[in-house]
Design a protein around this ligand. Structure first.
Ligand SMILES: Cc1cc2nc3c(=O)[nH]c(=O)nc-3n(C[C@H](O)[C@H](O)[C@H](O)COP(=O)(O)O)c2cc1C
Length: 195
């Protein structure tokens, strides 16, 4: 999920770089946010199709990487709007138990760190298991990321590869744990049936 709707977004380039560097067996797909209208509780009784599709897209993946710019030391409004849609209708929050990682790039020296702290606070409220390390603060320089996601700096490419490995491991641990819990519940059901 890219928190920018800019046609020249450097964060979309970063997202493409992550997609290119994904480990074998891992596919990254974009969950678009640009066509979501402003969220209002007036929609809760009957979500528009675009919002249903957005929530379904989150449900369909094993984990979400949010690639965010920093606007005014926080996340852009378009991303906050998308997250508000994800949290509703009440009781159907899309990020509950969804492994999530945060990363972002800007030209500034703190490289979206302030925005990412705000984003992690929101994800914590959503009960999303979130990657703690490594932290993805990427200072952008001209030409670092090509439009196609090519990465010109070897150190940056190596970092992104390790970041993806860490997130994939988090997802695997989480899925294994969830599977084990589901197995335990099924075994308990079988025991009670037998009794
Ligand atoms: C409204 C606005 C606020 C911004 N605030 C910050 C900021 O707080 N920190 C920062 O590092 N960059 C800030 N920037 C610069 C963005 O990092 C830069 O525009 C970046 O290219 C945005 O990401 P994108 O290209 O993926 O859309 C701001 C840009 C805009 C338009």
């Amino acid at each position: 999920m890219v928190g920018s709707i800019s046609s020249t977004s450097i964060n979309r380039r970063l997202a493409r770089a992550l997609a290119r560097l994904a480990p074998a067996g891992v596919e990254l797909v974009e969950i678009p946010i640009k066509d979501l209208p402003f969220y209002s509780p007036d929609h809760d009784a009957d979500f528009p199709q675009v919002a249903r599709d957005f929530k379904q897209a989150i449900a369909d993946v094993d984990g979400v990487i949010i690639v965010t710019p920093e606007y005014s030391r926080s996340i852009p409004g378009v991303l906050k709007n998308a997250l508000d849609w994800s949290a509703r209708p009440y009781g159907q929050a899309s990020f509950d138990h969804k492994p999530t990682a945060v990363i972002g790039t800007s030209g500034g020296p703190i490289s979206t760190a302030a925005a990412q702290q705000h984003l992690k606070a929101i994800l914590s409220h959503y009960n999303a298991p979130t990657l703690g390390q490594p932290e993805g603060y990427i200072q952008s320089t001209p030409g670092l990321f090509g439009v196609d996601g090519a990465v010109s700096n070897e150190g940056t490419a190596a970092f992104l590869t390790s970041y993806l490995a860490a997130f994939t491991a988090l997802i695997a641990r989480y899925v294994d744990t969830a599977d084990a819990a589901a197995g335990d519940a099924a075994a308990e059901d079988a025991d009670s049936d037998a009794a």
